[in-house]
Design a protein around this ligand. Structure first.
Ligand code: PMP
Length: 426
């Protein structure tokens, strides 16, 4: 048995440090570290990103529609004209100029906001983390759609929330199911901290919440004094018509709105924001400063320069065109190659289709067979905190070419049909 040493075993010029197991690290971690587990999606990425696999798994924006020479010009101009500010620390709340431009952008979804109420974050993922840190004590309930965004579920779990899923249909969250869920949680004597939902082209289900449901859900939450966290990274990516007004447009007191440039410009900038009720702003800025001091001035000013000088609305229209062609390719090939007993959503925007198979099919067990057939997807259980969803899957059409999407859906349809034959499912 080799004895653990801190800087002993060297191979060539590389000196090996002690591993976590050598140091008994897990026993030393704080309790909350137990909740830090890689998501199902994360472990899939390594396999799904092999070039021979058609990945219908990841939700990476397709940057082939973004002119890189134009972006290079934006960044070059920024450094040449304002490099000293761009490369310096900035405000914890975010750059004032960008916060103004964010308000102009949110006006497209009916939101009247003041830049003082906007907090810029490192992607909206950081906003989710900060809000969780501020609101969630262990055991507090967070209501979420069924299914919901895997990155949010992971964050809520790390803060030891008790996540309660609320049923959806093809029009998103069902208000009556929300009333019932609230009543059940209250009957158990648990505290509900907020409802988290993605009203536009939901991740993973691709569905859109109609205006009437938005109003009804807001009324329920106002009455019960439950905050609504409206996560809206896909709202401007509607293919045929604009999405209804944001929920925040009709309630500035009770709605925490999260936005992001990841899908409308590029995720590499890592710039998102939270628009919050004034009473929450200070806490959010303090929480953010303690994790990152301030969001990157460099990427904020690059985005600000881009929004000021470039036709960003046309750019979003180009993205929509690109995604729409891919959505069509996916829906057509699902019709052609999936079994008749499967159902799926028909998104009017965004990146995702949610497929429901006969309940005897376990999509996690199907994954290795799909990989052999050179296609990857995300099994449905990734989008539930409670192990539900085993006969569903998320397919994303945002990244591969339409030809590859057709190839992948055909291969996956074959895998599912074979599985159904083995199990003698009609
Ligand atoms: N919310 C939802 C619903 C998402 O799909 C994503 C990214 N896939 C995020 C938040 C995080 O986005 P970002 O941090 O890049 O803004």
């Amino acid at each position: 048995m080799s004895s653990p040493v801190s800087r002993s075993s060297s191979e060539g010029n590389v000196t090996r440090l002690r591993t976590g197991a050598d140091l008994n690290l897990p026993q030393r971690f704080a309790h909350r570290a137990e909740m830090m587990k890689a998501s199902e999606i994360r472990s899939l990425f390594a396999v799904a990103s092999r070039p021979e696999i058609v990945s219908l798994a990841g939700g990476m924006p397709n940057l082939s529609a973004l002119p890189m020479d134009m972006m290079a010009g934006v960044v070059e101009k920024l450094i040449a004209s304002n490099g000293a500010e761009a490369l310096q620390y900035g405000s914890g709340q975010g750059h004032p100029k960008l916060r103004e431009q964010i308000c102009e952008m949110m006006a497209l979804e009916g939101i009247k906001a003041h830049p003082d109420d906007v907090v810029v974050t490192t992607g909206s993922q950081q906003a989710l983390d900060l809000i969780s840190r501020i609101f969630i004590d262990p055991g507090d309930v967070v209501l979420v759609e069924a299914p919901s965004y895997v990155g949010a579920l992971g964050t809520f779990k790390q803060y030891e929330a008790s996540v309660v899923h609320v049923a959806m249909d093809e029009d998103g969250l069902i208000p009556e199911a929300l009333r019932n869920a609230i009543a059940e949680v209250q009957a158990r004597g648990q505290k509900i901290k907020f409802l988290y939902l993605i009203p536009n082209y939901q991740n993973p289900a691709g569905v859109l919440l109609p205006a009437e449901r938005r109003t009804e859900i807001l009324e329920i939450c106002q009455k019960e004094k439950i905050f609504v966290v409206e996560d809206n990274p896909y709202g401007l990516l509607g293919f045929d018509k604009p999405s209804p007004n944001a929920m925040r447009a009709s309630d500035s007191e009770n709605v925490i709105y999260l936005g992001s440039f990841s899908k409308t410009i590029a995720p590499g900038f890592r710039v998102g924001w939270a628009l919050v009720p004034p009473s929450l702003k200070e806490k959010l800025v303090i929480a953010s400063e303690s994790s990152i001091l301030c969001p990157s001035n460099f990427t904020q000013l690059a985005i600000s320069g881009y929004l000021a000088d470039q036709p960003w609305r046309d750019q979003i229209a180009s993205f929509c065109k690109l995604y729409k062609v891919r959505r069509d390719a996916m829906l057509e090939s699902l019709d052609a190659h999936f079994p008749k007993s499967a159902t799926w959503t028909k998104p009017g925007g965004g990146f995702y289709v949610w497929v429901t198979l006969p309940p005897e099919i376990d999509t996690t067990a199907l994954m290795p067979k799909a990989i052999v057939a050179k296609v990857a997807f995300v099994p449905g259980t990734a989008f539930y905190a409670d192990g539900f969803g085993s006969w569903s899957m998320r397919l994303s059409y945002c990244h591969p070419t339409p030809e590859r999407i057709r190839e992948g859906v055909k291969a996956l349809g074959g895998v599912i049909k074979t599985e159904m034959e083995i199990r003698e499912i009609q």
